[in-house]
Design a protein around this ligand. Sequence first.
Ligand code: MG
Length: 472
Amino acid sequence: MPWSQVALRFLILLLLAAGFRLKAAEASRRPPNVVLIFCDDLGYGDLGCYGSRIPTPNIDRLAGQGMRFTDFYVGQAVCSASRAALLTGCYPGRVGIQGALGPGSKTGLSAAENTIAELLKTRAYSTAIVGKWHLGDSPAFLPTRHGFDEWLGLPYSNDMWPHHPTARQFPDLPLYDGERVAEMMPEQARLTRRYTQRSVDFIRRNRDRPFFLYLAHSMPHVPIFPSPEFAGRTGLGSYADVIHEIDASVGTVMQTLKEERLDRETLVIFTSDNGPWSVYGDHAGSTGGLRGTKGTSFEGGMRVPAIFRWPGKIPSGTVCREVAGTIDILPTLARVAGAAILATPVIDGGDLSPLLFQERTARSPRRAQFMYWGTHLDAVRAGRWKLHFPHPHLVLEKPGSGGWPGVLRNGQIGLSLYDLSTDPTESRNVAGLHPEVVSHLSSLAEAMRDDLGDSSPPRVGRGIRPPGIRTD
Ligand code: MG
């Protein structure tokens, strides 16, 4: 071979190697993709890796390859408030979102708040929400006005439709695609599958740029509908079939990431918006033995499964017992994506990345988890201790069945201190034995009342911001 040809081949090899290095450097600079899977009313005890009999092999694998949290809290134990907390990194009261917003709601998420999607847009992410929004259904409140490039899903809960078992005032349920209603009264048994297909499509379309996929399943919120392919598959009833189908959806999403070679460049988070809606009996999930349900500030309402997976970054098969929650997801994503959080508006969450990356001295990023029901500060948790202030709460008298709600009654709890390290079911009040702990947690609560207020005794918080008000 003539020298000129050898030299030419050598030059080509050099250029290829340089190109490869450039690509590798680009990849290392590229922030991770984020897939955030958020279930609706999935309980602490509904997954195999949290002790359930329901087969959830794909979610269990996620936990085996990542980190599972044991003490992970929602912002408040009800849909809209919880979603406001997740997407803004704030307690729901701070951003003025309470309860579950209905069709035509006069309020919604304020344009002044910064969502995870808006934060990641500053790092050039493609963003999609697939599934339930529930932060206002008037045009100005829709997810496409809050940083999401695209949306396929429901504007609010899937029971806000004419077939509600006890309330008859709901209009036909719309399915949105972008800001357009694509379909009225979509077949609910197909929702999980449709959400999964759109998620796969979004991942494939965005394989070459960073993306944020917020997959907010409508299930297992009642009315529960497994698809025909999954109905009866677990032999454990419809609720288990629905969870098993969500697990299969997780498997499909993970397989897609693998096929697109994005497995190691993607942080996957799986969690839920609140505990099970136990009044629906066999159509509700399990708290795994924790006290209370959705709609209460007991652990069964507030504590949810949470799994974080990012191969090569988060050690596999690890368990974190620190207090953390959905309000910490926004600051955590800001950190890993290299996005700046603005000084205002202030947020409540903290960065979990030291915990996720197992830095030796890592602890919960927050001193306490505050638990409001509506505008009432029901309880505060710091470390192993949880202090309830006197408050009314719902108690399950008789569970429902077959999609019909059962019976609730009103209960009342007085000042009660629980040691969650030995008493996770909040059954032994030890306030009398630990007055110094009661005093410490009370002082944390007092500071929070200054900030976010309290309804009883009435107190106006200085840090509360208004929700968006509908103008159309
Ligand atoms: Mg919910």
